[in-house]
Design a protein around this ligand. Structure first.
Ligand SMILES: NC(=O)c1ccc[n+]([C@@H]2O[C@H](COP(=O)([O-])OP(=O)(O)OC[C@H]3O[C@@H](n4cnc5c(N)ncnc54)[C@H](O)[C@@H]3O)[C@@H](O)[C@H]2O)c1
Length: 315
């Protein structure tokens, strides 16, 4: 209960020290219920949920393509391990960057698991977008709903203001400032991590942890009617014409049973469509760069030397 965030607050890290006696040491270990290890097959054994947070940070002089490859190799091993030992219905949430492509690699290496159960975290971006809309409109954060993040968890991500609502009404009717939405809101959300690092000096571990809890809760609690949550999932059969076989962030909703569906009632205008196309192209290029890790022949990596779109501070 203390660690759930309900007592000291959701953003308060807690270090629990459990004092016991020699006699109760075994029971203490039981209370901790934590198993540690370095063999993924052993650690994923019969797992129902796997949160993949570990990743290699970018080293000095390392290109984004190198980062993709270095992490891709980790997620190939972990995908194979999931395939070998995790529960067939295991839900996998990848946080480690580049999270969309890492999730894709894990999914392609774990054919025994359902493709739709692989997620990459874009909930932090959704939470940041909601915060911007709340601050600009002067309304409470909790009154902001139906905020979608489309595409990649990188600076090409598309925070959707067209479909967003504040107090149940279209956000664009309450904030009548299209320039702000396009030139301020959109880049602010996409580069929020970097801005935070400049001020705070560290990456946003606490808000990331909150967003991981939000992302899981979104799958185990029914979505409110008309609302959505953002998560990057397999694009197979999506209703928006996004290329299949990518891990792409969509607005989704859930009955609370761990499963979800991609919302099919989001309106796209030309601006949104062109932004969604750009983030789709980027994910398609990332996929090409890791084709050797997902059993595809003939891929080539076109992003060598391309501008860095990793969310700043989350390299
Ligand atoms: N998707 C998002 O919204 C989001 C938000 C914040 C951070 N991130 C990403 O999450 C990751 C973790 O962030 P952080 O700030 O904790 O980074 P960090 O560098 O402090 O921690 C990464 C940890 O991963 C471990 N690790 C490396 N390779 C591993 C492997 N093969 N198996 C298991 N663990 C391994 C490292 O030892 C290290 O402890 C980073 O990749 C970061 O970019 C994503």
């Amino acid at each position: 209960m203390l660690a759930s965030g309900e007592v000291y607050g959701k953003d308060q890290p807690l270090s629990l020290m459990l004092l016991g006696s020699e006699r109760s040491y075994g029971a203490l270990e039981g209370v901790a219920m934590v198993t540690i290890g370095i063999d993924p097959v052993e650690m994923f054994q019969d797992a129902d949920w796997c949160l993949m947070i570990g990743a290699k940070p970018r080293g000095p002089g390392m290109e984004r393509a190198d980062l993709l490859n270095a992490n891709g190799e980790v997620f190939q091993v972990q995908g194979r391990a999931l395939n070998e030992s995790a529960s067939k219905d295991c839900k996998v949430l990848v946080v480690g960057n580049p999270c969309n492509t890492n999730a894709l690699i894990a999914m392609e290496n774990a054919p025994r698991l359902a493709r739709k159960n692989f997620h990459a975290l874009t909930r932090l971006d959704e939470n940041r977008a909601k915060c911007q809309l709340a601050m600009k409109s002067g309304k409470f954060y909790t009154s902001v709903s139906r905020v979608a993040i489309w595409g990649n968890h990188s600076t090409t991500q598309v925070p959707d203001f067209l479909n967003a609502k504040i107090g149940g009404l279209p956000a664009m009717n309450q904030i009548k400032d299209l320039e702000w939405f396009k030139k301020d809101f959109t880049p602010t959300v996409a580069t929020r991590g970097g801005a935070l690092i400049k001020k705070w000096g560290k990456s946003s571990a606490a808000s990331t942890a909150v967003s991981i809890a939000d992302a899981i809760r979104a799958l185990v609690v029914p979505t409110a009617p008309g609302d959505c949550f953002s998560t990057a999932v397999c694009s197979d059969g999506n209703p928006y014409g996004v290329q299949e076989g990518l891990i792409f962030s969509f607005p989704c909703r859930s009955k609370g049973d761990g499963d979800y569906e991609i919302c099919n009632d989001f309106i796209l205008d030309d601006w949104l469509r062109s932004k969604i196309k750009a983030t789709e192209d980027e994910l398609s290029q990332e996929k090409s760069c890791v084709s050797h890790l997902i059993g595809l022949d003939g891929g080539s990596c076109a992003i060598r030397g391309a501008p860095d779109t990793t969310v700043p501070g989350e390299k």
